[in-house]
Design a protein around this ligand. Structure first.
Ligand code: SAM
Ligand code: SF4
Length: 400
């Protein structure tokens, strides 16, 4: 089915410190630098609206024996299969493209979803077509209950059979110590962020002296046999753009796939500039100086375009979110650590699932709230629109 129309009487609440609902979202700044946006507007559907959605869609049939609910489909026909679950906005690093040095205040502990709330929301999402979940943050390894969360999610059955695959994106710090328990709990895959092979650069870029810890995390993931093992790097001009090929060679040596991400305007410091962008095209040009690259067909909804390295079997991925957006194939939704559903990294509205949970919403009502959010998803991230405004949340508080 296509998305249900969004009603206008939704209770609109605003995040702490946010601009009032309906307030202008800020003005763009000339010169390719996006305006710093206000906090997202929080949408809190009324119970009446949710009941209406439940009645008008087959969300109402969720509890009929044998009924398979329609998937979460937006107004453009995009069916949502991939869920990112952020577990915290805190981090052991301070990557310049993500967090400022003096980050905070962080989300209050009592506003974070607990393991059972996460499990419930993910189960509902899986009942409505989600087929894979990725834990992220902030740094997910900072959650003391991570093993419990992984175990709960990995036990969720997919309607078509089998268990929910649970992946994690991490900076790798302390992964070596936690990995045996995480794998035992059912963790299926990891992506580890590694922007540079040079410890001094790493210290500058992340403002922490933890390069060796990240390498230990990568080694642990390789040794335990989690495959495919993926390494993520944000390509940055004048920072690491001279070692892109070295990163690929390192990844191949680790039996891993290197993935380069174009830097997006999501840093909490609002320092992104388009004219600093190292584009996907430029990344490929640099890599082609050392490797023979051939595009792998059949990308589907994956954000990464893949290329075999020197004939394979190893591949390198390029995620050109800014210069070649893949919004038309986007199948992703996000739960923030404080229980807000975001239908896009760049969304200006969030749906307040945490409050609905606290109000005792039923599974059908929570599913209806997810439908309303998906129905309202925009066609694209709009980074190129003249009125683009950077989200108020930094990447660490959204969940990358
Ligand atoms: N802390 C974990 C990590 O770094 O892998 C998980 C959270 S982090 C926000 C998830 C991913 O987002 C990382 O691969 C990181 O490089 C990427 N990221 C963060 N800020 C970004 C930005 N402004 N543009 C593009 N990617 C970004
Ligand atoms: Fe932390 Fe990941 Fe953001 Fe770096 S990118 S500051 S590791 S959340």
């Amino acid at each position: 089915m296509s998305g249900v129309p969004v009603t206008l009487t939704t209770r609109t609440v605003t995040a702490p410190g946010a601009a009032p609902a309906g307030a202008p979202a800020g003005r763009p700044v000339a010169g390719g630098e996006p305006a710093a946006g206000p906090e997202a507007v929080r949408l809190l559907p009324t119970r009446g609206e949710l009941a209406d959605v439940v009645a008008r869609t087959d969300a109402g049939g969720d509890h009929r024996a044998g009924a398979v609910p329609a998937p979460l489909t937006d107004g453009f026909g995009r069916v949502h299969r991939d869920l990112r679950v952020s577990l915290t906005d805190k981090c052991s690093l301070r990557c310049t493209y993500c967090m400022p040095e003096d980050a905070g205040p962080f989300m209050p502990k009592d506003e974070l979803l607990d393991a059972s709330q996460i499990e419930r929301l993910v189960r509902i999402a899986v009942d409505h077509g989600i087929t894979g979940v990725r834990l992220t943050g902030g740094e997910p390894l900072l959650r003391a209950d991570l093993e419990d969360i992984v175990a709960r999610l990995a036990a969720i059955g997919l309607p078509g059979g089998g268990r929910l695959p649970v992946a994690m994106t991490t900076n790798g710090i302390s992964l070596d110590r936690r990995l045996p328990a995480l794998v035992a709990a059912g963790l299926s895959r990891v992506n580890i962020s590694l922007d540079t092979l040079r410890p001094d650069r790493f210290r500058e870029l992340t403002r922490r002296d933890r390069h060796a810890d990240v390498l230990a995390g990568i080694a642990a993931a390789r040794e335990v046999g989690l495959r495919p093992l993926k390494l993520n790097a944000v390509a940055m001009r004048g920072v690491n753009d001279d070692e892109l090929a070295d990163l690929v060679a390192f990844a191949v040596s680790q039996d891993a796939q290197m993935r380069f991400i174009e830097q997006m305007p999501l840093d909490a410091g609002h320092t992104w500039r388009r004219d600093h962008l190292v584009s996907g095209e430029e990344i490929l040009e640099r890599l082609a100086e050392r490797f023979e690259l051939a595009e792998v067909p059949g990308r589907g909804s994956s954000p990464a375009a893949l290329y075999t390295v020197d004939g394979g079997p190893h591949t390198v991925g390029v995620i050109a979110s800014v210069s070649a957006p893949f919004c038309g194939d986007c199948d992703r939704l996000r739960f923030t650590a404080d229980g807000q559903l975001r239908n896009c990294l760049f969304a200006r509205e969030e749906t307040d699932l945490r409050t609905l949970l606290g109000e005792g919403a039923t599974d059908a009502e929570l599913a209806a709230a997810m439908r309303l959010s998906v129905a309202a998803k925009r066609a694209g991230h709009g980074i190129d629109d003249p009125g683009f405004v950077q989200p108020g949340r930094g990447m660490n508080a959204i969940g990358g």
